[in-house]
Design a protein around this ligand. Structure first.
Ligand SMILES: [Fe+2]
Ligand SMILES: [Fe+2]
Length: 162
């Protein structure tokens, strides 16, 4: 049996996807007084995730002719979801409207995530090497670290592999 190691980029992005899923469920079930805090976490996580993909992942895909259409679709889905997120923020104080805007946002995000996980990641690994994917993953992790430096202030116990 061939050993298949999944490139860590997809693991990293899937982890973000699951976090967004979780925040969405919490917002659906949560009380109104938790809403603002959960919403701002969602906003931050979602926006950041899109930025990482748009800055490091999609541009590499775009260089490959066969992947261009997928990137185009993905970018459209990102901007649609971002618009829905703005609308969601507008109705944050109205319970009914919030829940209905939330389910619209959720549907849009879930569709996009499904496309990425079932199509985009698979197609990408046909054209982009594991080494390149690892390189993109590294850039994403560095950017994340830049945006959220570890609270320890970089205590040198973490081993760097290079
Ligand atoms: Fe994603
Ligand atoms: Fe995406």
């Amino acid at each position: 049996m061939a050993q298949q190691k999944q490139p860590q980029l997809f693991e990293l992005l899937k982890k973000d996807h699951r976090e967004v899923d979780q925040l969405l469920s919490q917002l659906e079930g949560g009380s109104e007084d938790q809403r603002e805090e959960l919403f701002s976490t969602l906003q931050e996580e979602f926006t950041e995730h899109c930025q990482l993909e748009e800055k490091f992942f999609y541009p590499q895909m775009k260089k490959i002719n066969e992947l261009k259409d997928l990137v185009q679709d993905a970018l459209e889905e990102h901007s649609q979801a971002k618009e829905l997120l703005v609308q969601l923020e507008d109705v944050i104080d109205d319970d009914d409207e919030f829940q209905s805007a939330l389910s619209e946002f959720k549907e849009s995000v879930q569709h996009h995530v499904k496309e990425e996980e079932s199509k985009v990641f698979k197609r990408t690994s046909d054209f982009i090497s594991d080494d390149q994917l690892r390189d993109i993953a590294m850039k994403c992790m560095q950017e994340k670290e830049k945006l959220h430096p570890s609270p320890s202030g970089g205590g040198g116990s973490k081993k760097k592999s290079r």
